[in-house]
Write a protein that binds this ligand. Sequence first.
Ligand code: ADP
Length: 491
Amino acid sequence: MAEEALRECEEKYRMLLDEVQDYAIFMLDPQGMVVSWNAGAERIKGYRGEQIIGHNFSCFFPVEDIKRGRPEEILRMATASGRHEYQGMRVRKDGSRFLAHIVFIALRDPTGNLRGFSEISRDLSETKESGEKYRGLLEAAPDAMVVVNQSGEIVLLNLQAEKQFGYHRDELVGQKVKNIIPEGFAERLLADGLRSAEDALAQQMGTGIELTGRRKNGSDFPIEIMLSPLESAEGILVTAAIRDISVRKRSEEHLVKTVGELKRSNDELQQFAYVASHDLQEPLRMVASYTQLLAKRYKGRLDSDADEFIAYAVDGSTRMQGLIQDLLAYSRAGTVGTPLREISSENALKEALTNLRATIEESDAVVTHDSLPAITTDGMQLAQVFQNLVGNAIKYRSAKVPNVHVSAAKNGGNEWIFSVRDNGLGIDPQYFERIFVLFQRLHGRETFKGTGIGLAICKKMLERLGGRIWVESQPEKGSTFYFALPERDAK
Ligand code: ADP
């Protein structure tokens, strides 16, 4: 009766195990041969009982684990401590891999002899956190997504990741993430002596890290990855969104190249303008002096037409000399200059006014100024800017006696804003930008002499000094030219 009861009990127990679908539960003999198999094992691993009973359990392991002797090692550990629990990759009958949570228990008879082992395992890719819902979410993402565990093994990935890295999903699950991102990723998952895993991760989360991805065919491509933690029953997993940034990298490189080319061609142009205006001076001087000589010697000795023609030639050559001198000054403005040092901007203004003395006296202009600051800049160029602006303020005067006032104030940032205010003709707002462009003038040569280069020179010099220039004005109400210069430490 007792034997009958025992058999019944065993039978019930077997039936109970057989009903379990979510866990693979089976037994091994001391050598690792499968001796029993339940429905869960069949479902999860894909073998029917008769196909697997009598075979060694090592066929559930990936080849690289078998090579390392993992199956034997696990049995050794279970034998030694009675129980061994771990997470690892398993292989189904069809060769596909999955991450499993596995418990081995050593079975002993009452005298302590090892009778075998029982294995209870669960397919983690089926658990709630990494189940279908999460998988669906991954597939919807536009980037390649890879979920990695703390030992740097790929647990899950989406279609984009398969495409980007050129692998089939099954080839990657269970593999080290190092295989597809050789450097910089796995290292980030590891805690070092100073930080816990969470701290190490927290530091990386949410910021884009630029690394290199490696495709199955061995080719590399630039990637940007974003990490985010995923708490799961199996510990912290890390979801990595991986973006192929080859296109962005290429356009960045293209941009750098184009900017370089632009700078080169701009430098060449500058050089050309300088050389041209410099070399034109000499022949022009010859033309000018000989036409002047003609005018002096032959005035009244030829006919009146000839006198008129010679006068035009003299006027033209003088104007061209002025233009070439201004052009030369313009091409020098952005390059040549004295080193920046602390100077008195008031002295720079005084120097400008000395150069303008004749103009000031001749026009009875009144030029006043507030006290002006010491500033670290190029004093010569600052004087030149003042000279152009005050010169214009007097030149473009109205019928009133010209009144010019210069002042300076610090703005909210680290800048000095200088202003040159006049009571002259004023400027229509539509021309506020244009007047700073080379050769652009609002007045004819007959009304006001000039080449249209002065303000372009100011702009170039100020930009070289890290500043900017602009104007506020109304026709007939006068103009105020402003320029800003950065405050910097003397070098
Ligand atoms: P230029 O004085 O040789 O013509 P600028 O570059 O110095 O060249 O000035 C460009 C134009 O801006 C001038 O032709 C003039 O029409 C206008 N302009 C400059 N300064 C003033 C001013 N203070 N008041 C009115 N118009 C001005």
